[in-house]
Design a protein around this ligand. Structure first.
Ligand code: ZN
Length: 403
């Protein structure tokens, strides 16, 4: 998967517009900029790409003809003499269906180019829905949304973010323990039910993709994303703008990095994995709660003074720090993004965790790595699942079949 961040690496100044390959890359890069970074004038695009005004004009009108980009109308810039510049924006009516099954709900959204969530339905379930039930529920919700959205909305595909091991090449879920799914051909089943092609991805990879395109890691090229959920800790690594997949698409199981040889036994069979030492489940008894959402947790941790709670917090932050130092040494990212439960730990221990990503145990020098909390919160899984679709279907601006 190739995603283009803020730097237009695909562009070559003065590219030969007669060259179809280069033209397509330039179309793709301009559309990706408008999609990820919002409305921009032709002058902005000239400045950011290094292409000539006439090349940008040709690319923009071609994207407008394909109805992937629309003109927003002229806006006068205060103090600017001369013709006001019209803004171009990605057409939000070109949209993807986004699906996120969890243990207690299935959320379905329609996400337009530009990352706007146009529609969203959360369907609560008393217990985790089976794969078959999930397909049936999603189909019913999507049928209702399609009737509501009208003919102008062009659905280009669907993406599903699954909390489990997903073979990204064929969309099969090998194992999603918390959903009780095993060896489910979820992408194929959804494709039959919805009549559009469906891409499946692991929820942590989807989160990395979403934060990279629209959130805390927008504009960077190298990202380590680590997410804490009730199902454990997962992650995604993007290097030079490309998500690391590994064989079968299983790369990024950061939760099973060993951090404590005298720790707790993990469900994977080993002792002292990151996700057994750092978990919301371990913390809840100290808060006197059985469940807590991210916003409530931020408040509870900010106000917490109980010594036992603070000891447990310090224990978890120490092990998270160990793991982050390892990840930084392995991947040398520009930015580390912590999401979910780990974002809450960052809000109360920013200094300790920042030291962990900035101090090299090898050289002892301070590195300029940014440590950020994920920004997209409740939109993340929908925006990320839609991005799986856009980056395969729309953003490459593939030529249509001749004739
Ligand atoms: Zn483990």
């Amino acid at each position: 998967m190739t995603t283009t961040g803020g730097t237009p690496r695909a562009l070559v100044a003065g590219a030969h517009s007669s060259n179809d390959f280069m033209r397509q890359r330039n179309l793709s890069a301009v559309l990706t900029m408008l999609h990820h970074d919002g409305p921009q004038s032709r002058a902005d695009l000239v400045r950011r790409t290094g292409l000539t005004r006439s090349t940008i004009a040709v690319l923009a009108s071609e994207l407008e003809e394909l109805d992937l980009v629309r003109a927003l109308g002229a806006t006068a810039v205060p103090g600017q003499v001369g013709r006001p510049s019209a803004l171009l924006e990605a057409n939000a009516q070109v949209a993807a269906i986004a699906i996120h099954p969890e243990t207690d709900a299935i959320t379905v959204g329609i996400v337009g180019l530009g990352g706007e969530v146009l529609r969203r339905v959360r369907y609560d379930t008393a217990e985790p829905a089976t794969a078959r039930e999930t397909v049936r529920i999603v189909r019913t919700i999507v049928d209702g949304m399609r009737a509501d959205l009208g003919a102008e909305c062009r659905i280009v595909g669907a993406g599903i973010a699954v909390p489990g091991m997903v073979n990204t090449s064929d969309g099969r879920v090998l194992l999603a323990p918390h959903l009780g799914w095993k060896n489910e051909s979820i992408a194929a089943a959804l494709t039959r039910a919805l009549g559009v092609s469906v891409v499946a991805g692991n929820d942590a990879s989807v989160g990395a993709t979403g934060e990279f395109a629209f959130g805390a890691a927008r504009g960077v090229q190298n990202l380590v994303y680590v997410n804490g959920t009730p199902s454990g800790i997962g992650g995604g690594v993007i290097i030079d703008g490309v998500l690391l997949r590994g064989m079968g698409g299983f790369a990024g199981e950061m939760g099973h990095t060993l951090v404590n040889s005298s720790g707790t036994r993990c469900h994977c069979g080993r002792i002292g994995c990151l996700e057994t030492e750092v978990s919301l489940e371990r913390l809840l008894p100290y808060l006197g709660r059985e469940h807590i959402d991210e916003d409530e947790l931020d408040i509870a941790l900010g106000l917490g003074r109980d010594p036992a709670l603070l000891r447990e917090l310090a224990h978890q932050v120490d092990f998270l720090s160990e793991a982050l130092t390892n990840f930084v040494n392995l991947f040398s990212p520009d930015t580390v993004v912590l999401a979910g439960y780990l974002g809450s730990l960052l809000s109360v221990s920013r200094e300790r965790l920042t030291d962990a990503v900035r101090l090299s145990p090898l050289g002892g020098h301070v590195r300029s790595i940014r440590l950020e909390r994920a920004q997209l919160r409740s939109r993340l899984m929908l925006v990320g699942a839609a991005e799986l679709v856009f980056e395969r279907t729309v953003l490459p601006v593939l030529p249509s079949d001749p004739g």
